[in-house]
Design a protein around this ligand. Structure first.
Ligand code: GDP
Length: 430
């Protein structure tokens, strides 16, 4: 696979908005020429140097730090340069304009990482990890993305591909040389390998979606009767006013969402409105949506009044709010007061425990993307067909299709159609 690109591209790698420094990244065959044109001469390789950057007419556009990074030992594998500009928009525009006049073009979303993939610097799983690392909002997400970037997940998938390729080569030998006296255990061994692989993939898939949930965030539904203090509790947990608090029952008309970080995991708390029958059509719609949301929640937290009796919710948490209105302790529930803050630390800790338990995975790196899940499911299905196949040729074909599905995860085979879908999600400059 060759990634040689004719175009030299540039993009702002740092964020938009007010900042001290803006980083412009350049990659492609004209990088050295562009840098020479801007700086007057090419700086020494891999050293940060201060230079005046000039436009075509010789006017100084900025005094900046520049780094010349000759390929292939670069992120993209191509010749690259990085310009650390003063971050004013006029400076960035002027330098970008000068690069455009030199024949460079603005990069498309994810184009740097796409080139890195095409030049063999990253596999697709690692490229997706770059995206996740850039998007990581919490510590646990950052750790998961870094682990994936380290190549552990890709290595797991490539290892499966290798084993399957070996079994397939044996299967092909059996098909091609049926009359040779191949030892009988060859067939038994390869069928055993197919079964073992199928079981490992099934175990990897059966992970409660932990990696994907950490990546995307959890969803906790806060349910309970009107006026028990659900909105107040969400406000207290979020430490800001997101939900409407009112003394009138049924005033929370719609599911109100709020994103918090619990145990390093992003969690959306949803006030699922007063789940009661109502004649008000708007409120009824809120209740309908709330029920739908609660049905797909990772955890249901039921809020009750401090003294109320309750039905235990299987797998859920029960929180008795308004503990300030009650004098004796109530150990069978998590007693809190959204008003005074009493018990909120305990509640936060219990919610964090659940968030971690729902997303943490020991042992091998977890599955993190729906794309990988679909490919693994496809591979698993073909391995099942291979196991059931009545004839060697059918088994061989099913194994080939399983191998193709596995290879598409890391980008070893048949990837053209998925490249666009993956790199489109990136920001420009990555
Ligand atoms: P929701 O309908 O369940 O969302 O309930 P709200 O959060 O709107 O609260 C209903 C009423 O209960 C409001 O008047 C709140 O001020 C009050 N309230 C909420 N939490 C507490 C609490 O911990 N103690 C006391 N005394 N009142 C509370």
């Amino acid at each position: 696979m060759s990634g040689a690109s004719a175009d030299t591209i540039f993009a702002l790698a740092s964020g938009a908005g007010r900042a001290a420094i803006a980083v412009l990244r350049i990659s492609g065959p004209e990088s050295a020429a562009a840098l020479t044109a801007l700086c007057g001469r090419l700086p020494p390789a891999r050293r940060a140097v201060a230079r005046a950057l000039r436009g075509a007419d010789g006017e100084v556009l900025d005094r900046a730090m520049v780094v010349w990074l000759p390929g292939p030992g670069t992120y993209t594998g191509e010749n690259c340069a990085e310009l650390f500009l003063h971050a004013g928009p006029a400076v960035v525009d002027a330098v970008a304009g000068a690069l455009g006049e030199l024949g460079l073009r603005p990069a498309e979303a994810g184009e740097f990482t796409r080139r890195a993939f095409l030049n063999g610097k990253l596999d697709l799983v690692e490229a997706e990890a770059v995206h996740d690392l850039v998007a990581a909002e919490t510590d646990a997400q950052r750790r998961q993305a870094l682990r994936q970037l380290d190549g552990a997940l890709g290595a797991l998938y490539r290892g499966w591909s290798e084993r399957l390729r070996l079994a397939l080569s044996r299967q092909e030998a059996l098909i091609d040389f049926p009359d040779e006296d191949l030892p009988p255990e060859v067939e038994a061994d390869l069928v055993g390998a197919v079964r073992a692989l199928r079981a490992e993939i099934a175990a990897h898939l059966d992970d409660g979606h932990r990696g994907e949930k950490l990546r995307e965030g959890l969803f906790f539904a806060i349910g309970g009767a009107p006026n028990v203090g659900k909105s107040s509790l969400i406000n207290a947990l979020a430490e800001r006013d997101v939900a409407i608090v009112s003394a009138l029952p049924g005033t929370t008309r719609d599911a109100i969402e709020c994103r918090v970080v619990l145990g390093g995991v992003p969690v959306t708390l949803v006030d699922t409105a007063g789940l009661r029958e109502t004649a008000d059509p708007i409120e009824a719609e809120g209740v309908r949506r709330a029920r739908a949301r609660a049905g797909s929640a990772d955890l249901v937290v039921t809020v009750i009044e401090a003294d109320a009796v309750f039905e235990p919710v299987s797998g859920g948490l029960v929180v008795a709010n308004k503990s300030d209105l009650r004098s004796d302790p109530r150990p069978e529930v998590i007693a809190v007061s959204a008003l005074t803050g009493e018990g909120l630390d305990v509640l936060r800790a219990r919610l964090a425990e659940r968030a971690v338990a729902l997303t943490q995975s020991g042992g091998p790196p977890p599955l993190t993307q729906a794309r990988h899940r679909v490919a693994l499911q496809t591979a698993g299905r073909w391995l099942g067909e291979a196991d059931d196949a009545a004839a060697p040729e059918l088994r061989g074909e099913a194994m080939r299709l399983a191998l193709r599905a596995l290879g598409s995860i890391t980008g070893q085979v048949g990837v053209e159609e998925i490249l666009d879908a993956i790199f489109r999600q990136f920001c420009i400059g990555k």
